[in-house]
Each structure stands twice: as C-alpha cells, then as structure tokens.
Design a protein around this ligand. Sequence first.
Ligand code: PMT
Length: 400
Amino acid sequence: MLKDKNIILGVTGGIAVYKAADLVSKLKKKKTNVEVIMTEGSMEFVNPLTFQTMSENPVHTTMFNKISKFDVEHISLAQKGDLILIAPATANTIGKIANGIADNLLTTVVMASNKRIVFAPAMNTCMYNNPIVQANMKKLENMGCYFIEPGSGRLACGDYGAGKMAEPEDIVEYIDSLLTDKDLLGKDIIVTAGPTIEPIDPVRYISNHSSGKMGYSIAKEASKRGAKVHLISGPTLLKAPKDINFIQINTTLEMFEEVGKLFESCDILIKAAAPADLKPKEYSEKKIKKNNIKDKFLLEFTENPDIAKYYGKEKTNQILVGFAAESNDLIKNAELKLKNKNFDFIVANDISIKGAGFKTDTNIISIIDDYGKNDYPILEKTEIAKIILDKAIKILKNKS
Ligand code: PMT
C-alpha cells in the first residue's frame, strides 16, 4: 500500500546512490510521496538536483536552512514520514545511528522519529562482515529496525562478496509489504499460476501462452497481507516470490497432485493457472524423427484431470475462485464454468482483447457469482489481485 504514503528516503555516500535515483522513480510510479535527505557524502556522488527532479520535491541537505516557514525541519520530516528508508546505508551512518549520534540532518531525523526505520546496506564485503558493523546492525535489529539484505557479486571496488545494495524493485516490495495491513494473517491460500506443459517426446511439448503474471500477482499480494501462501506454478520466466511456499510443476497431473496435498487445510484456492486440458496419449521415450513420419504426423490426446472441477466437488468450507479465459461468448462460458466447477466466484477475461489475458501486465475482468456480475476497467494485474482477495476474504468471513 504505497499509494499516498510519505517515505523519507535517506541517501548516504556510496556508489549505490545511483540506484537510489531509480528507487525514487519506482516509488513515484506507485504514487508515493518521497522526501529525500542527502548526506554530505552522498552529494559527492550525485547532485541533489537529480533527486529533486525524480521526487518532485526539494531535497533536504542541511540542518541549518534559512527558515522559510515556521517549522523545525528535522522534527517536521520525522513526523511526516510513514517510514524512513535509508538506501544506500553506509557502515558510517549505520554506526552513528546505532550509537545515538545525531550530527547531520538524516541522523537527527532518525533520532526524532518514532516510525519504522529500514536500512538497505551497501558497502565493501570486508566492511559488511566487520564484527563492529555486524554488531551495530544486530543492535538496531533488536531495537526494531529492519534490514534489507544486500546482494552478493562483484562490487564497485572490484571485490567479490556480499555488500551490493538490494535491487530497487526488491526494496519497493519490502517496504510495500511492511506498510500493508495484515488482514489475511492466519489464512492459508493456494494459488495456481502459469501454464502446464505436456511432453510429446524428450524434445517437444504442448503448452499455452500463460506467463504466470496474474497468479504471481495474487500470490504476492496475499503474502504481503499476511497469508500463508502456496504458489503452485507451471514453468514461467518469473522469479519465485520470497516468503511463499513455491512449488514448481510441469504437467496438469502434477498440479492436481500438489493441490491435493494442501487442499484440505486451506481456506482459499485460487485457480489462475492455465492447465492443459489434454495431453498426448503416448509419450515417446526417444525423440520422434522426421524421417519416421511418413505422410502426416497425427497426435492422439487423452484428457487431463479437471483440477477445479474435482476440488469443487470436494470442498467443504474452502472458497474456490476460478478463472475463465475465453476468446468468445465470455460471460456465457464463464457462467457455465461457475456452475459446473462449483466456484464461489469466477474471474472472466477475454484473451483476445488488447491489454487483457495472457502475458500483459494488465487485465480486463468481470467477476461473476451467483448474485450477478461486476465489470472492471483495464487495471494492473497487481490491482486485480487486491480485488479478488478482498472478495474471497469477504465470502470466507460471511461463511464462518
Ligand atoms: O498467466 P498470465 O499470462 O498472466 O495470463 C493470465 C490468464 C489468462 C492465464 C488467467 O487470467 C486465466 O484466465 N487463467 C485461467 C486459464 C484457463 O485455463 O481457463 P479455462 O477457462 O480453460 O479454465 C477454467 C478454470 O478451470 C480455470 O480456473 C482453470 O485454472 C481451471 N482448470 C482448467 C483446466 C483443468 N484441467 N483444470 C483446471 O483446474
């Protein structure tokens, strides 16, 4: 929930300052207000004008500005922020804060704040592993501060190891999660996502265009809101989300079996995947050779289990959410699936419309249940995930 939130971004002096500019841009895209405080060291790397332009706010650099309006800058900034993020956070600034030193605007704002403080450390590996730095971080963690673990790799100084500031998109996700209400705490949610693949021989398979974006968005949103999430995913190009029980499968049968292991104890099952309904009847252990195919190559198919239909019959208190991917007669077909598969509600998307269905970051959906239909405009899949979860949790509460 970063929209309309106020983030105080403390930028300290390290080469990762350039990444902080990207971080501001990513936060602005989420409609977050960002107030940047730069330390003297950071201004050696990047001019404040960069952050002023990116944040669309004046950049705060000194304790002793001429007073333009009657408020004390460090106090008003400390009160204004929903969260203080220090990225990149140097060993020097971490050390000062851990030991109560407030000798510049950033450290003074931190000292005057009672909000959450998040550090994204960035420094040389030896510095990062130094017992003094580690002890300072532990001390701050014990006091309730948060640390976003740095990545490993080749550092700007030429060394290899831990110390690269976390990627801006991961930092945004981290603070988004911290600021989100945990209204799904204690809930167990299964999400299926992506395509399944059905092998023909060791080289070939049949599949579909699902990228997994819809299902992954739902899984991430549910996790952010405190649910225990199991994401059962076919092969996609997406990163396995953090803090989620991620289960990789290939075939529809494997997806069916994995859902079976978790279904009984779950509260909500969301079937955003596009499982193949059919699979080749025979699997050839050896690659099928072109010259063995005389006239034409005919492939015989057999049916895969219909996962949603099976668990629609099995369900007791679980909420079952389905999707309908259609290229024609969207609502009629979705209504049929709602009944046949015993979904609590179904999310219908027309895969032939631009901006909807497979691969895109957006979708255009109608939600249908026994009481009627709601149409939505084109929205980011991340926004659609919120709508789906809000509805599922409302039905779950009404049931219990
Ligand atoms: O992954 P993206 O690129 O982001 O694309 C998103 C999406 C288009 C895949 C997603 O929004 C979507 O519509 N998913 C459902 C795709 C699908 O298989 O629809 P269907 O109408 O064929 O199936 C109806 C429902 O039954 C679905 O919930 C499906 O998961 C489920 N099903 C289908 C076949 C099967 N053997 N078992 C199932 O459980």
